[in-house]
Write a protein that binds this ligand. Structure first.
Ligand SMILES: NC(=O)c1ccc[n+]([C@@H]2O[C@H](COP(=O)([O-])OP(=O)(O)OC[C@H]3O[C@@H](n4cnc5c(N)ncnc54)[C@H](O)[C@@H]3O)[C@@H](O)[C@H]2O)c1
Ligand SMILES: *[C@@H]1O[C@H](CO)[C@@H](O)[C@H](O)[C@H]1NC(C)=O
Length: 440
């Protein structure tokens, strides 16, 4: 795959060369002196024409017949490999302490991935990032996060989690002890616009990661991001890990649920140690522009009206907002308590750990309160427009029971929404200050 881009560039240049030879040839011969020369000349022109047709046609016939959205967003070809590249990969993955972990973080240019990578690196673990920098939201924000990580010594390999050859190469160069798998197509409503991107990243991509992990020697332990959205239309609160999760309300939720079942399979067949984390509405500095707290901030500052969803019978829509630093602590604790995978050479040797945890904040906040807090912090009054909650993926409320994570991970969220949003707003104002960058 990685050579495809070179081929694309090489082919059109070849017919160009033929053209040049043709014109110099034309200048030199005196074809009107002999009919034999004429015949030779015209057969030569015909021959050239056929070659041109052949070369111009061939690149289109080798290009992939995938939907344009997919090929544009995530199936671009990247260049990787070579001694200098391998050196960077090795240096980034090197641990500072003897017992340090060596972690491959997928989705490292994303919101959660950036924070987790930075925290791991800070405490001395080796970290290698992997991200395809797709344009689901402003890629310049992903580049800015990449620059941040680069300064702390984390290299992000540019590539897709479906690129098996790349993944194999990474495991050839580094014996990762852990994989923190955060790359995914996020967002609930976008699934109606581009459903295949969810299948590509959240299902096929997860399988690619697990395939390479199960064949790696030694097999790494894997911690990956599921979502609170798997609770779907459940009404019993708080949501517990043991509750049913078979009523997803969006394709996004369905792909995360599928991921949990796929994780079960790979744990069962290959002895991979797998921990799924169901995040509850994560927010904070360097956050995601497609999430409400982020675009509410932008819209309030612009004087645009903010849509506040309301359920049937004026029911409150509420979210269990969880601050990024609390989520990071949960992720690191999941990595630290993950047992080793038990398989080797693609074969299971014994039962392996399989876990799933809620990572929430245990205190749902109505979305209208979120807007009130933002108004106070921004010192701007919001134009509220109350709208009925559309039935296209968003659920009425989320509320985590975190007793399991508390018990096994020592997880204990400490940041309330007021405190967390204050930190977000401070970051937002400095990042988008004085119109240098514009929030798209
Ligand atoms: N932020 C939340 O509130 C929340 C809630 C529940 C679950 N999650 C899950 O947590 C994880 C991280 O979320 P986030 O908020 O940081 O999202 P994000 O979109 O900021 O990060 C995901 C990153 O993965 C990359 N990526 C996507 N598809 C890829 C592919 N095929 N190959 C390589 N890279 C790819 C993207 O470029 C992006 O940088 C995701 O799995 C998400 O579904 C997040
Ligand atoms: C939370 O989940 C635990 C099991 O992990 C359960 O024992 C407890 O009753 C639940 N709490 C509530 C309030 O539902």
């Amino acid at each position: 795959m990685k050579q495809m881009s070179h081929i694309d560039h090489d082919i059109p240049s070849t017919p160009g060369k033929f053209k040049m030879e043709k014109s110099s040839y034309m200048n030199r011969i005196r074809w009107h002196y002999s009919s034999l020369a004429k015949l030779t000349f015209w057969s030569f022109v015909l021959f050239l024409g056929l070659i041109l047709v052949f070369f111009f046609k061939s690149p289109t016939s080798t290009s992939s017949p995938l939907p344009s959205d997919l090929s544009r967003r995530s199936l671009r070809t990247y260049s990787w490999g070579g001694p200098a590249w391998e050196k960077r990969v090795r240096a980034s993955s090197r641990t500072r302490s003897r017992n340090g972990l060596s972690v491959l973080v997928t989705g490292a240019a994303g919101f959660v991935g950036t924070h987790v990578s930075a925290a791991l690196k800070r405490r001395g673990d080796g970290v290698l990032g992997l991200d395809n920098f797709n344009d689901y939201y402003d890629p310049s924000l992903k580049r800015a996060r990449q620059a941040l990580l680069e300064r702390s010594g984390v290299f992000i390999v540019e590539g897709d989690i479906n690129d098996i050859a790349l993944l194999k190469k990474l495991f050839e160069v580094v014996a990762f002890t852990h994989v923190m798998h955060l790359a995914a197509q996020a967002g609930v409503r976008y699934a109606m616009e581009n459903p295949s991107s969810y299948v590509h990243s959240n299902i096929a991509g997860l399988v690619s990661i697990l395939e390479v992990c199960k064949s790696a020697n030694p097999q790494p332990a894997i911690v990956w991001a599921s979502s609170s959205s798997v609770y779907g239309l459940n009404t019993k609160v708080p949501f517990s890990e043991k509750d049913r999760t078979d009523q997803p309300a969006s394709l996004y939720a369905a792909t995360k649920k599928a991921g949990e079942e796929i994780a079960h399979t790979y744990n069962h067949i290959y002895g991979l140690s797998l921990t799924g984390l169901r995040f509850f509405t994560v927010y904070g500095p360097w956050g995601r522009p497609d999430m409400a707290y982020f675009f509410f901030t932008k819209d309030i500052l612009k004087g645009k009206s903010v849509p506040i969803f309301e359920a049937a019978n004026h029911g409150t829509v509420a979210r269990d907002f969880t601050y990024i630093d609390d989520i990071v602590k949960g992720c690191l604790a999941a990595l630290d308590t993950a047992e080793k995978s038990t398989g080797s050479g693609g074969k299971k040797k014994g039962p392996a750990q399989l876990r799933v945890f809620n990572l929430g904040n245990t205190s749902p906040v109505p979305v209208s309160d979120l807007v009130s807090i933002l108004e106070r912090l921004l010192k701007v009054k919001a134009k509220r427009s109350v709208t009925k909650l559309p039935r296209n993926g968003d659920v009425q409320f989320t509320h985590a029971n975190i007793s399991s994570a508390q018990r096994e991970l020592g997880y204990k969220p400490t940041t309330d929404l007021q405190t967390g949003l204050k930190k977000f707003v401070r970051w937002y104002l400095s990042y988008y200050d004085s119109g240098k960058k514009s929030a798209q």
